[in-house]
Design a protein around this ligand. Structure first.
Ligand code: G6P
Length: 607
């Protein structure tokens, strides 16, 4: 969702800001804007369109060495030019861009109006510009004014402030919405997401909640809202500029699907222990005794992260014989959950920013729950809030639909299941079997990827379907759910997932020639049960696409996608890949905007 970028230094800020905003487009937005200081005045350009429109609107004559920019996802007020950021104070001295939600905005707006201020937009953010202006009395620094203003604010923010009267500094603040400072040579970058700045620098500092910083071209200083100086140590980001480029691919989703063998190798690197037939997960900070005392594991996430959690629950139950389940974090946080001290909670998030998941973690911590993060973005809010966990090392994921991050989530949960299993009842021989199975997976994924032409052809045959069923059993049930989700989100074809055995209890009534079913048929102990599921569907005239690692009777299914045999417990990881490719090619045949599906955002940072 919303994105922030800022620059102060020696080069022209306008192209730096525009390029940064372009890098943030993947997050989803509906309007954009920027402000720079030019000839002693704030020059503001805004559009209710794309970053390209903004680029077209910015005058070529405007140059500046300091500026701020924003992509907005509307929350308060419709997505028009007036509501787009930056917002200014009445005198036009101060410009702010803001991510997050000011909860007492209504109250602040009323107070400002009562004090004679005219607000021009419907946003919560504009109030911040006026508040800061009111606090910027003679002699006080911009940082002091921001600090004082923020003490009156309730809510979440990543905030970037420019004052035309102090063009050699920018002030930033963070509470619940990420802000990262990028350190260059006599220049500094500011962003809500390293994607915007990584082509300029990999040395960064992540602000903590309730921290405020003054940034100048030659450095920065940080302090907390209650005026304590803080010391930050810069870190180096893993990602490189090339990770954000398409290379030979037409879109990021296909690129990321094909990156999965490599991404999977990264998440496994150093974490498989052949000698003791177990996993090494140093980041979880739990010793054998603590792992033994885990009575239950609960996975929490939203969207694909939730389905990965379901895969995790099946894996942990099977490998560790510990009861496990998954729940959407969005539900968990609203239902006053019973938090159990002997349960290990796992918060799952690619971005580490999803507000529902973050709130679930905070609720858990408030109630004394033990929570690990399974997060892709280092330094993100959820990773920091959890404090310990498993990083997914999938590399930056740009397409809205999650592919390589989801695969690495499931693989991490296999590692977790293996680790908990091995401190309990799993034998070394069993452990070795799982270790070998995980080692073999990247190459097996390559075999699935090599079938892309076949999968594309099948997608072509079914691209005019209006509805589809995805059918799976036990291990393959979360795979079916994730497969249906992928199809819905990127191709807009309606899809429903069912457990195979539930078909006969209702949905079978919908089966006819116009309702194709994707049936997952791993070559496991339920193989023959799944064959009879296909027969039930065929008997009612329903077309079937079978995804299988077994030998299906000839002509049983209308189309077959083969996946290699793997360690059965790991089947969900492998079976997910062809469903990603099937959804991708359905969407491609239907001419959809695959990387940016309508109405969806990559990171949902609002309720
Ligand atoms: C959004 C995205 C989904 C994603 C979910 C969770 O809804 O559109 O693709 O699965 O958020 O995101 P996270 O970053 O927490 O994994």
């Amino acid at each position: 969702m919303c994105g922030i970028v800022g620059y102060i230094g020696r080069r022209d800020a306008v192209p730096v800001l525009l390029e940064g905003l372009r890098r943030l487009e993947y997050r989803g937005y509906d309007s954009a804007g920027l402000a720079v200081v030019y000839r002693g005045k704030l020059q503001v350009t805004k559009t209710a369109g794309r970053v390209q429109d903004l680029r077209d609107q910015v005058s070529d004559r405007v140059h500046s060495t300091v500026g701020i920019g924003h992509t907005r996802w509307a929350t308060h007020g419709e997505p028009n030019e007036v509501n787009a950021h930056p917002h200014l104070d009445a005198a036009g001295n101060i410009a702010v861009v803001h991510n997050g939600i000011i909860e007492n905005a209504e109250q602040l707006r009323d107070q400002l109006t009562a004090a004679g201020v005219t607000l021009v937009s419907d946003t919560d953010t504009e109030a911040l510009a006026h508040l800061i202006a009111a606090e910027k009395t003679d002699g006080s620094s911009l940082e002091d004014a921001v600090l004082r203003a923020l003490r009156r604010v309730e809510g979440t923010y990543g905030l970037l402030v420019l004052d035309v009267r102090c063009p050699d500094e920018l002030v930033v603040a963070r509470n619940g919405s990420p802000i990262v400072l990028g350190i260059g040579e006599n220049e500094m970058f500011i962003a809500s997401d390293v994607a915007a700045i990584v082509r300029h620098t990999q040395r960064v500092v992540y602000l903590d909640d309730t921290e405020v910083a003054t940034v100048r071209s030659n450095g920065y200083q940080t302090r907390t809202l209650d005026n304590q100086r803080t010391n930050k140590t810069p870190t180096t980001v893993e990602a490189e500029a090339g990770d954000y480029e398409l290379g030979p691919y037409a879109d990021f989703m296909r690129k990321e699907i094909h990156e999965q063998p490599e991404a999977l190798r990264r998440v496994l690197r150093g974490r498989l222990d052949e000698r003791f037939a177990t996993a090494r997960l140093g980041g979880i900070n739990l010793d054998a005794r603590e792992l033994r005392s885990v009575r239950r594991v609960k996975f929490l996430g939203c969207g694909s992260a939730y389905y990965a959690g379901q895969m995790g629950a099946v894996l942990v139950e099977e490998l560790a014989r510990v009861p496990a389940d998954a729940e959407p974090a969005s539900e968990f946080r609203y239902r006053n959950p019973v938090v159990d001290a002997e349960t290990l909670y796992v918060a799952i998030s690619q971005s580490g920013e999803t507000l529902d998941t973050l709130m679930a973690v905070q609720e858990l911590k408030r109630k004394g729950g033990q929570v690990l993060g399974a997060v892709n973005v280092v330094g993100s809010a959820i990773a920091r809030e959890c404090g310990h966990g498993v990083f997914l090392h999938a590399g930056p994921e740009i397409a809205v639909a999650s592919t390589k991050a989801l695969t690495n989530m499931a693989a991490s949960f296999a590692l977790l299941g293996l680790l908990i299993g091995r401190v309990r009842d799993m034998s070394a021989a069993e452990g070795s079997r799982i270790v070998a199975g995980l080692r073999a997976l990247p190459e097996q994924i390559n075999h699935v990827l090599a079938q892309e032409d076949n999968i594309a052809t099948i997608a072509g045959q079914f691209a005019d379907a209006e509805h589809m069923f995805y059918i799976g059993r036990v291990r393959a049930w979360p795979v079916a759910r994730e497969g249906a989700q992928k199809l819905k989100e990127i191709s807009y074809v309606h899809a429903e997932a069912y457990q195979a055995s539930e078909l006969k209890h209702g949905p079978l009534a919908l089966i006819d020639a116009s309702m194709p079913s994707v049936v997952l048929v791993p070559d496991d102990e339920l193989f023959s049960k799944n064959i009879s599921t296909i027969e039930q569907i065929k008997a009612r005239g329903g077309p079937v696409i079978a995804v299988t690692s077994g030998d299906l009777p000839a002509d049983l299914a209308d189309a077959v996608i083969r996946v290699p045999h793997c360690t059965p417990e790991l089947d969900p990881i492998l079976l997910t890949i062809p469903l990603q490719m099937f959804a991708y090619h359905m969407a491609a045949k239907l001419g959809r905007d695959i990387d940016k599906p309508r109405n969806l955002a990559k990171s949902v940072t609002v309720e």
